[in-house]
Structure formats: C-alpha cells, structure tokens
Design a protein around this ligand. Structure first.
Ligand code: GAL
Length: 361
C-alpha cells in the first residue's frame, strides 16, 4: 500500500514537472525485444505514464539485434529527440548508439541495463541488480537443509552487463555456503574451480557465465538444463537448488526439472514477476521471483528526461563503472516474491489485477 501511494505521488510529480517543462520536448525510448514479457511490461507502463504526463515520446524495439538498435536510435535522432532512453541489447555494442546521440546533442539515459565502454552515458536508471542476485541466494539458502545440497547454476546473457551484477549478488550469498559444504555445485567446472573465492573478477565471472548462460533465451535454458540432467548422477538429483536467472528461463528450467523422475523437488529462482511466473508460483511450479516494479523505473526514466530537458542534473544515489566513466545512477529497490507474499506484493500493491490468476489465496 505504501509503495502504491509513493507511486501515485510520483505520477503526480511527473505531471507537474512535465506541464511546466516538457510541452514540446520529445523522448526516444529503445527497448531490446518484444519476445520477453518483461519489455512489453516496460512499454505498457511507459505508454500510460507518458500519456498521464503529457509527454510526446516514441518507443521502438530492437529485436535483440544491435544493428537494429543503432538504426532505431538514428531514426529517433533524425526526429529531433532531446533525450534517448536506451536499454541495450548488448551493453558494449550500444556505445556506438550513445556516441551518435551525444554527437547530435541528445542526452543519453541507460535504462535497466548499463551501456559500457563510452563516456557518453549521462545517467543510468536501474534496479538494484546486485540485490536481485542476493535475493536468489538468500532464498536458496533458506530452503537448504544440512550439507551437500545439489546446486545448479544458470545465468543471463554475457552481452548484458546485468548478468554479471546478478551473478555477483548471488555469489556473495551462495559462495560462503558452498565453502562450508551446504551446497555442492553440480553443473559448472568453472564455478567449482572458483568456489573458494569470495569475490570474483569480471573474467572469473565470465568463465562461469560462459558455461551456464541461458542467453536470456528459454530454448537455450531448456536444452542446457536437459543436458545437465542427462549428465547428472542420481545422487546429484533428489532435491535440487536451481539459480535460474529470470522468469522466462526459470519456467523453462523448472519444466525440465519437473519432468525428471529422479528429481523430487527443484527450488527455482527468477525475476521480473512475469504473469506466467506468478501463476507458476501460485501453483508451486516456480519457487520465487523478484519483483522489479517497472512503474517505478518508468517514472524514474521520465523524471530524468524532464530534468535533463530543463538543463538540470538528475540526482544520483550511486555510480556504476562502465569501463570508461563512473555513470551517475539511481538504482531502485526490488522485492522477493514467494507463495507466502505473492498476493500482497503483486495484487494488493496494484501491480496486476487478481483476475489474471487462478488459485490465489
Ligand atoms: C535483464 C533485465 C531482466 C531480464 C533480462 C532478460 O537485463 O534486468 O529484468 O528481463 O534482462 O531480458
């Protein structure tokens, strides 16, 4: 309830800010793909918030293709945008788009995923991705009993800077529990090799992510999980603790584990609060997700765009190193969602209506 009223007051603030400063300013928004519910969510939330705030803006999708992303950005620059809000397909490749925008005098706001390898990122609105990973770790630890529990690791796309931050957050919680014998890693030699190291370098993380990446793709997640279970011994099955990196891949992985007769139970993590995963959580088919309230991220992005359009500097609460500069940023909080709090976090908060789900208590 508190979150919802914070949200309403944010919307109101946006309306006031927009009416004074933004009548003719336009914003270009570029999102990575329509293949994932996550980004459709962002699009829908953007459209309604922009309408409320009376801002003219265009949302384009990049079809998971950096070349398409670049041409989207060029189209928007030609249309005279003043602020670009870009969620990159590939954090490094997007530097070229950011550079083109900066050259045209357009302010660049990285949205959700950081743009790396360029000085031309003016601000970064995001969620606290380290906490997303830490919530996964905490959940799995909370379900583990005794020693030697089977741990399966999966990760996002190596081209997405967030995949590293999520993994680092998870590792910060899981590694001490691997070191003390609570968990035994089943499916990554690279992770086993590094299991005594509390903090990993980017290269070390890359070596693990390279082995267990889903590429944010449910088909990749499915075939990886299938081959892991084909190789696993009976002793490596039983109860499985699965670090699955987002809802779409979590459902794919959970389905594979559910089909294996030697798996008694699989605890699975996720993020994004996809509608299908909320139903999976209600039905006990996915154990948890992390709600990243896209209403908050959208409001932050619009507020940032308005601030830039007035020639002012948005307030940062943190910086993220993108390999070239410390990018000023505002990460927002995330909420772990399990069967225990799904109604409060998802329905009572106004995020989704109860009518979308069955069996909600
Ligand atoms: C991440 C994003 C997640 C998830 C994933 C796959 O960068 O933060 O919410 O959707 O990409 O697109």
């Amino acid at each position: 309830m508190k979150k919802f009223s914070v949200f309403l007051s944010t919307v109101f603030t946006l309306m006031v800010l927009a009416s004074s400063a933004f009548a003719q300013t336009t914003v270009g928004i570029v999102l990575p793909t329509k293949d994932e519910e996550r980004w459709i969510q962002d699009q829908n939330r953007f459209q309604s918030a922009l309408k409320t705030a009376g801002i003219s803006a265009e949302v384009l999708f990049s079809e998971k293709d950096s070349a398409k992303e670049k041409s989207n950005v060029e189209t928007l620059i030609t249309k005279g945008i003043k602020v670009l809000v870009l969620c990159p397909v590939d954090s490094a490749s997007a530097a070229a788009s950011a550079d083109a925008a900066a050259k045209a005098g357009v302010k660049v706001v990285a949205y959700d995923r950081l743009i790396t390898g360029t000085k031309n990122v003016d601000f970064y609105v995001t969620f606290d991705s380290f906490s997303v990973g830490a919530e996964w770790g905490k959940y799995l630890v909370s379900q583990a009993k005794g020693k030697g529990n089977n741990l399966y690791l999966y990760a996002g796309a190596a081209s997405d800077n967030n995949a590293f931050i999520f993994f680092a957050g998870a590792w910060s919680i899981l590694q001490p529990k691997i070191a003390d014998g609570t968990f035994k890693i089943v499916n990554s030699d690279a992770a086993i090799k590094l299991q005594k190291k509390a903090e990993l370098t980017r290269e070390e993380e890359a070596s693990i992510i390279g082995q267990v990446t889903t590429n944010w793709n449910p088909n990749d997640a499915k075939s990886k999980a299938e081959s892991h279970l084909t190789k696993a011994t009976k002793a490596q099955k039983g109860i499985a603790y699965v670090l699955s990196p987002n809802d779409q891949t979590a459902r794919a992985i959970a389905d594979v584990f559910a089909k294996d007769k030697d798996i008694k139970k699989a605890y699975t993590t996720g993020q994004d609060a996809d509608k299908a995963s909320i139903q999976y959580i209600i039905d006990g088919k996915q154990s948890m997700t992390v709600l990243k309230d896209t209403r908050v991220l959208v409001a932050d992005a619009i507020k940032t765009a308005i601030t830039f359009s007035k020639g002012e500097t948005p307030e940062k609460t943190k910086t993220y190193n993108n390999g070239v500069i410390e990018v000023p940023a505002k990460p927002s909080d995330v909420t772990a969602v399990t069967q225990a709090n799904v109604k409060a976090a998802i329905v009572d908060s106004g995020y989704y209506p109860a009518s979308l789900f069955t069996g909600l208590k």
